[in-house]
Design a protein around this ligand. Structure first.
Ligand SMILES: [Zn+2]
Length: 269
């Protein structure tokens, strides 16, 4: 049986802040037991180029996304993780859910995740689009968590990307040093816990093998904000935990644009 994948994207997560706050127990536990590496994102450290790199396995110069407007992007020629898993094995089912529209919404800039309409019609690919920019990420992240938990427990797609942005939103509004940021991290840790539980139930009842991978697209300055090349803005990481199987044995020097191929290697085994 092939390894199934959940890639969890937590936008603007300052990992050290999350871990030392005591409010992210699930994330801390995953880091302790899993594969872990830190890496630096390329500048400009905006969400557009960051997620484009992490999700398509391309450098900024390859996907040509340098900001959140996506003007002149090359994403149609740089397929995302879900698409590449499908092209690698056309029985693959895929699922994406995000509240930041450029990742998933075909009517706006991007999207980074390809639509693959034929696979959607065949129920092999589902894309859940929500708009946290308009409605706020506190409620939209919770809705994404509900839908994602349902999808994983009921359908168990092979390769999943689920995304939360409440921490980034709080970072921009309040900075990262106050309680607002940590409250947002705590809410996301709860979402993570629900998704992890859904996977664990499948592992126990269906003997499936999964990897749960967590990453972020950039950090934040203490006062909130990113885009520049300060180390706090470029700071990112990968946590990868095997559920029903061993942890991925990835090298310690994985770079952001290499994450997709390492995940796909686990599928090919
Ligand atoms: Zn971001």
């Amino acid at each position: 049986m092939k390894t199934k994948v959940l890639l969890l994207g937590i936008d603007g997560l300052v990992l050290t802040r999350a871990l030392t706050s005591g409010r992210a127990p699930r994330l801390s536990a995953l880091k302790e037991r899993g594969y872990f590496t830190e890496f630096l994102m390329s500048s400009p450290t905006y969400s557009g180029p960051g997620w484009s790199t992490l999700l398509t396995g391309s450098t900024n110069e390859e996907h040509l996304v340098f900001d959140n407007r996506f003007m002149g992007h090359n994403l149609l020629r740089r397929p995302d993780l879900l698409s590449r898993a499908f092209y690698q094995d056309q029985s693959t089912t895929t699922f994406a859910a995000a509240g930041w529209p450029p990742l998933v919404d075909p009517t706006g800039p991007g999207p980074v995740i390809h639509q693959r309409r034929e696979q959607q019609l065949a129920f092999q690919h589902r894309v859940i689009v929500r708009d946290g920019e308009t409605h706020g990420y506190r409620s939209i992240d919770a809705e994404i968590a509900d839908i994602g938990t349902f999808a994983i427990s009921q359908h168990g797609p092979d390769v999943n990307f689920i995304y939360f942005c409440g921490a980034d939103e709080a970072g921009h509004t309040y900075g990262t040093l106050g309680t607002e940021y940590i409250d947002a991290v705590g809410r996301i840790d709860n979402h993570l816990h629900r998704l992890e539980n859904a996977i664990v139930k499948r592992v126990e009842s269906l003997n499936e093998e999964w990897i749960l991978v967590v990453t972020t697209d950039h950090g934040h300055l203490d006062e909130g904000g990113h885009g520049g090349d300060h180390e706090k803005e470029k700071a990112s990481f990968v946590i990868a935990v095997g559920l029903g199987r061993e942890n991925p044995a990835w090298p310690g020097n994985v770079q952001p644009h290499q994450l997709v191929s390492h995940i796909l290697d686990e599928r090919a085994k």
